[in-house]
Design a protein around this ligand. Sequence first.
Ligand code: SF4
Ligand code: SF4
Length: 384
Amino acid sequence: MNTKTSEPVQQPQQESLSAPNLSRRRFFRTAALSVAGGGAALAAGCEYKSQLFLLGSAPTEAKKQNPEWQEAQVRSYRPLGRTGMQMSDISFGCAGLDNVAVVKRALERGVTYFDTSPDYSRAGSEHTLGESIKGHPRDKLFIVSKFCTPDGHLSNDTPVKDVVAAVEASLQRLDTDYLDLAHIHACDSLDRLMNPNIHEACDRLKEQGKLRFLGVSSHTPHLETVMRHAVDSGRFDVIMVAYNFKNCKWVLSNQNVSGLVVSINSLTQIDEYLHASGQPLQQADVDLLEKYDRLVANDYCRPGCGACLSSCPYEVPINDVLRYAMYYENYSQQRVGMEAYARIPAAHNASQCVDCKAPCQQACPFEIPIKEKMLRADQLLRFV
Ligand code: SF4
Ligand code: SF4
């Protein structure tokens, strides 16, 4: 973080991001958001990282470690949603995790919140996290996973017993008796959000002491609708929202947000990322972010947008494909991106773009060269 200017930035107005009714306002004041993402979510904390992310094909850590980052610790813990728990403001996203030592280092430095999923590296992430936390007091940790299997998301008609079994399989891999939180993951519709089988399974798991809290995560075009309904339903304790690069400014300076969940895969990232913990946003950071924002304006697919989707004759999930390519190129999560892409049927993947006249491009308000990026994504993400 650039600390040359010490003038703190005024807090953004939270009300503009919260819902108009009182219960939502109350939720956003007293409950909190946590934030999904990788490099983008941490952009304000890491000068090099931000720059590299924006320029594309970026490594996920600085080329040169700043001496100031050494031995960085978590310096701030914040209330997490309606759970009554505190989370480290910089928390650990486990997508692509395969190194026990990285988790152990994070624990030493004060990270308490770990977010994994059965479909991260075909359960490899859960296995590694389980191995890493052995011997650490369980009540000092907040372990989060998803209603999911190593093969991907559970379909909406999955029977209750299979949803329960999926969570129990996560518990086995994590070698723990309970999850602190399970998310309905990448939720893109109200049908999914309020799926009765998932909710019944959740209630049964809670009764059995295998699950403490329910959450929802989303980065889809229906994000706002899904999240507003989640808050109004009263069923959810935590919501996890993908923020785009620019919103990072708001995230890091808004005390009503619990924290950032950032994908961490290496020891050096821990120094670099935790340096951002507890630091106020400075005017210099804002200036830097705005500069990066201008640079990336025509290249970065905005989370929660989806304006181009209905224009595609092949119903290609353009936003998802571009996000998977971002996992590959910007988060160093090649396998995560490729596995996710492989789950899109060939009739709807980016191979359809080859002979297409690309009506999608006129539909994008940010003038992103979608066809060009989709063809590149198809090359990057295919298993050969
Ligand atoms: S270029 Fe690809 S994404 Fe765009 S409309 Fe054609 S098939 Fe769909
Ligand atoms: S490509 Fe453009 S229109 Fe399509 S989802 Fe991304 S930002 Fe929105």
